[in-house]
Write a protein that binds this ligand. Structure first.
Ligand code: IMP
Ligand code: MG
Length: 181
């Protein structure tokens, strides 16, 4: 594990290791496998941040009948939420009568999650579940609670394992937190 990561003048220190991330994904993957038994779900990966998590999660869930689709939203600039949620790539997949599993990297204010769930329900699915790798309950502005979360974390900016700082450092295997001043 690299010790510190410097990007755009900010320093990040190790927070969650690859092995710990894998372990928690195996845990929620097993839960989903049980809850989706007999279903042919649609896994809706939220780009860009959730692509690595989604790749690992769908393999843990292990339902061969499942499909994968992608949607793209953005709300962050640098290390802070803008408060505006923008849909950048729309939902083209037919979700009628489907069990939909939204896969997100992190729930912060909950604004993105709420917007997305509303958009998905407009497509007449049978059910909607929301899975996130990380949840910051203390940052919630909406009262939204994900159905599944691999980790609950405090309100500090993090990077790695798909999560970015202005598009960079998504490649890191571990998750890093911004260093305290
Ligand atoms: P929310 O709408 O405030 O819940 O923000 C959720 C979105 O903000 C996530 O999908 C991420 O793309 C982004 N985000 C929130 N916190 C972080 C972070 O600590 N690092 C990187 N991206 C973040
Ligand atoms: Mg995101």
């Amino acid at each position: 594990m690299e010790n510190k990561v410097k990007v755009d003048g900010l320093t990040f220190v190790p927070y969650l290791k690859e092995e710990e991330i894998k372990k928690q994904i195996a845990r929620i993957g097993a839960e989903l496998r049980k809850d989706l038994e007999g279903s042919a779900p649609v896994f809706l990966c939220v780009l860009n941040g959730a692509f690595i998590f989604a790749a690992d999660l769908i393999r843990e869930v292990g339902i061969n009948e499942g499909r994968v689709a992608f949607v793209r939203y953005a709300s962050y600039e640098g290390t802070a939420s803008t408060g505006h949620v923008r849909q950048l790539t729309g939902l083209t997949e037919d979700l009628t009568g489907k069990d939909v599993v939204i896969i997100e990297d992190i729930v912060d204010t909950g604004l993105t999650a709420k917007t997305m769930i509303d958009d998905v329900w407009k497509k007449n699915p049978k059910s909607v579940r929301f899975v996130t790798l990380l949840h910051r309950p203390e940052s919630s502005k909406t009262g939204f609670r994900p159905d599944y979360a691999a980790f609950e974390i405090p309100p500090k900016f993090i990077i790695g394992y798909g999560l970015d700082l202005d598009g960079k450092v998504r490649n890191l295997r571990d998750i890093y937190v911004i260093e305290e001043e």
